[in-house]
Design a protein around this ligand. Sequence first.
Ligand code: SF4
Length: 449
Amino acid sequence: MNENDSERMMAILKHLNYKTTKNLHEADMVILNTCSIRNRAEQKVYSALGRLKKLKTDKPELIIGVGGCVAQQEGERLLKRVPHLDIVFGTHNIHCLPDLMKKVKVERNRVAVTEFVDSIEEESFAYAYAEDYSGSQSQRVKAFVAAMRGCDNFCSYCIVPYVRGREMSRKSADILQEVNRLAESNIKEVTLVGQNVNSYGNKEEDISFTGLLKAVCRVNGIERVRFMTSHPKDMSEELIELFGEEDKLCRHIHLPVQSGSNIILEKMKRGYTREDYLNKACKLKRLYPEIGITSDIIVGFPGETEAQFLETMSLIQEVEFDNIFSFKYSPRPETEAAAFDDHIPEPIKEERLDILQKMQRDITLRKNQKMVGQIVDILIEGKSKTAKGASHTANNQLMGRTSCNKAVNISGDDAYVGKIVPVRIEKASVNSLLGFIVKNREERIHVCC
Ligand code: SF4
């Protein structure tokens, strides 16, 4: 969601004649798009703002802005706390950027706006700009498309409903128009994003989420479709079946479980049990053995006992996730769990996180190693990280992804970017796979190194 929001910001600024730079010292304006999902992410914003102080002193006309969840949460307080900050705009106020810029540049005001809008259509022109931005990126292969935003679930640990507001879905017609324009500008893969995509359209009486996915799969030129994030309690049978019906729908699902203990899941207010989750995950694996399943886990939730932590470990072993995003619980303002009186000491959280991450690394490596020798289709996205690091020996390294969302590095020239090619996997590590392009799934293409 944040990447999609950043694109909308960049698109609006492009229409105000700004362009992006990788050199901070060249910038006339710096915007930090922020996340407050964990305390650490929030603290990083203040550190980054601290580092920008000298830049502002050296260049007083520099405009510094903060958008996103920390901006929404702190509002005016941020302006008071950071005197060299000019603009604060909340999660629903990206479309206000032109006005805010005017206030700062022409009227020389410092300004904060954090009002929630009543309907997502009020921001529609900002979404339209995002299409322009995506289309202007040379060699860009994939794009995020916002399907909905906000959340009504109020999990007891989560700040999202407070900083992103209630669930609102975009009209399916607007989403399809955006996807069509992305296809015209050569985007091959779209990911429909939202905090809880499974409840897409529930309030708006639009098509269902599976209906939307089917319609996006019909768009000519789009070759792959992904979505995130799914809530396990809302993932329908219809959605599970859709993986078997739509070839363009990638065989990957991000399905956050958070804990393997029913007592903790209840305290988290997740709305499903360990058994419900396992049923859905096992069904997906049984129907689609090649599917990649990833998840989010929180360790050290208030009151989590050693036995409950071990239940999470056993669930991870049972599902054998392809990867997980795992974090120590951190209390967030306004949330129910922050007021619980049985917080777990930091050293215990750290120890549990270490143990859990080590086990997951072993599972990921084992699953990646099983792919060695297989031929899989990958969509080439561009240069690999190594090649971007300017090592001339590796600058013909490209990176692509399998349908199940594993990163694969291959040798090849830029002509492959944006193409889906069959690749034989040669080597596997925890973070990526290494392979080479084969022709017709049989014959190896010679690629100069
Ligand atoms: S469903 Fe996700 S976004 Fe919504 S409150 Fe729960 S954790 Fe937060």
